[in-house]
Each structure stands twice: as C-alpha cells, then as structure tokens.
Write a protein that binds this ligand. Structure first.
Ligand SMILES: Nc1ncnc2c1ncn2[C@@H]1O[C@H](COP(=O)(O)OP(=O)(O)OP(=O)(O)O)[C@@H](O)[C@H]1O
Ligand SMILES: [Mg+2]
Length: 296
C-alpha cells in the first residue's frame, strides 16, 4: 500500500506517563497496543519507549532479530523510517536505546518527538512508553501526545499527576487510569477501599479519568515475569478480569482520540458519534472514517 500523505492528523500519539515507578506504564502501553490492533487490524500501531529497559523490544521483537539502529539513531536523523521493525502481534516497534544521553541530545525542544513522528512516513497510532521521570524525554512525549494516560495506583502516583498536569501544554488531553486495583480482599491496603478513595480524590480535583480500572492480576504478573519475553494479556489471559478491562480500555482510548475540533474534517459529513454505550462495531466504523489517512 502506498504511504499515505502526511495530513496534519495522519498520526495520533498516545503517551503513558507517570513520574512514579512501577504503576503499570509499560504493561499498559504494550498490551493496549495489542488490544487496539486486534480491535482494528487496519489501524497501524507503532510502539516506542523512551526508557532503556527494553521491555518493548522483548515483547514485540522477533526472536532472531539482529540488533540494529535504534530510537536514538532515528530521532537524531529527525525521522524514524528505517528504524521501525515489524513485530509480534502485528505491532510495529522501534528498538529502544541503551544510550539515553544520546537520545536526550535530540530532545532539546519539547516539540522534537512530535516533529520526528510527523516527518516519518506513517499513519495510525503511535504509543509511547516513558521512563518514570518528568525529564526532557518524557516532556517530549507529553508534548507529542494527543492523549496521555496517567496511571494512578496509589496516593503517591496520584500526587504525581498534579506535576504532570502543570507541565502539560494541553491538560485536557491527560486522563487518569487507575491501575493495580486489588479486588481480592476488602481490607488489603491496596484494595477496593483505596481504589474508591483515589476515585473520589480524582473526582474532587476535577481530573479526567477512564471509566475502566485495571485490576491487579496474578495472571498478568506471571505473564510479565515467567520468562524474559512478556506475554500478551489478549492472548494468554483470556477469561480474566484484566483481559476484559484491557478491552474496555482500548474502546475508551479510541473514543478519547476523537480528533480535535480544530482539525479539518477528513470526510465532508462524518457520521454521528455512536451512543456512549453503543455497539463496538459502530464505534470502529466511525473511528475509521475519522482517522483513516490511507484513503481505503
Ligand atoms: N494489572 C497488573 N496486575 C499485576 N501486576 C501488574 C499489573 N500491571 C503491572 N504489573 C506488574 O507491576 C510491575 C510494574 O509494571 P510496569 O513495568 O508495567 O510499570 P512501569 O510503570 O512501567 O514501571 P517503571 O516505572 O519501572 O517503568 C511489573 O512487575 C508488572 O508485571
Ligand atoms: Mg516501564
């Protein structure tokens, strides 16, 4: 298929950001990519990480892939063509760099990542996993994003959202996602009471949040830790609560990525947005007509 022309809204960028470590950023970014791809197999999805932990590489890389050029090389050139790899689950990915100092060198302007992505011959969705900081690379991801997922697992990560919002050029694009919700025991310090307290606090502060909350799942923990290659919730945790939650999250993300009002309409008369709880197939059809930059 020919490369689509790079209309201003040819790509959408989703970043997963929290200054707090271990709240589920990478798990959300990687598994959401797989669920979104499964929801719409015509939607190209690219995953990259500004962290140097290489979880993205282990999840999506094919076993015999040779180490080659990475995110730092592509970003330094100002476009990612040539460093993007076709990965497992039909998800494209960019090899993470071990040289974060070099990567930071390309990130002097907060607009640098968005510019790099827009210069890349690519449409569809880009998902950016970030390191647990609010430094230069994360700020670039924040500025690149049409939608920011801010995972909140406890009070400390909730307080970090305040900082994130203060740095965000478009705070309305930041949405809190409650993660690691322990539903097994009511008295657990990370149990439903904590989840409710966090929900109330998020509402009190008037922050946007996803309706769905991600459970703490022993199965998911196992998928992430059984071997050096994390396994997919979509494929290997069927029938679990966290599987259903990721599916709902994927649908909510699609809704949240509705083009900004200022974006020129892609079709003369876009169909009406499906009802909030409408059929997922209607939502998909609607989503494609709004986003498909490839002229299919
Ligand atoms: N829903 C979940 N249920 C159970 N364990 C989870 C869940 N989400 C994440 N984990 C586990 O929590 C740990 C942290 O998850 P993850 O690496 O995704 O967080 P992170 O925010 O990316 O961390 P870091 O800040 O180190 O990059 C991992 O061991 C992961 O397996
Ligand atoms: Mg991570």
């Amino acid at each position: 298929m020919p490369s689509p022309s790079l209309a201003p809204d040819a790509i959408r960028v989703l970043a997963v950001i929290s200054n707090k470590g271990g709240v589920g950023k990478t798990t959300v970014a990687t598994n959401l990519a797989i669920f979104l791809r499964a929801l719409d197999e015509d939607l190209p999805i690219l995953v990259l990480s500004t962290d140097d932990q290489r979880v993205v590489d282990r999840m999506f890389g094919v076993t015999d892939a040779k180490p080659g050029r990475d995110l730092a090389d592509g970003w330094a050139r100002g476009r990612l063509d040539g460093v993007i790899q076709t990965g497992q689950y039909g998800v494209d990915w960019v090899p993470s760099t071990g040289d974060l100092a070099a990567l930071r060198g390309s990130a002097e302007s907060p607009a640098a990542l968005r510019a790099c992505l827009e210069a890349t011959a690519r449409s569809g969705l880009v998902i950016v996993d970030t390191k647990s900081d609010l430094e230069r690379l994360t700020v670039c991801a924040l500025h690149a994003a049409d939608l920011v997922i801010a995972p909140v697992a406890d009070h400390a990560s909730l307080l970090e959202v305040e900082k994130l919002l203060s740095l965000a050029p478009h705070p309305a694009r930041v949405r809190v996602l409650q993660t690691l919700v322990d539903r097994r025991t009511r008295i657990s310090p990370s149990g439903p009471l904590l989840a409710r307290a966090l929900r109330d606090e998020i509402a009190r502060r008037g922050w946007r949040r996803f309706d769905v909350e991600l459970s703490r799942s022993p199965r998911l923990e196992l998928l992430n830790s059984e071997s050096d290659r994390p396994r997919s919730v979509l494929h290997d945790a069927r029938g679990t609560a966290v599987h259903r939650e990721f599916r709902r999250l994927a649908v909510e993300v699609m809704r949240a990525l509705e083009p900004r009002e200022t974006a020129p309409p892609r079709v003369p008369a876009p169909p009406a947005r499906p009802a909030e709880r409408g059929d997922e197939r209607d939502l998909l059809r609607w989503f494609r007509t709004r986003y498909d930059a490839s002229g299919r």
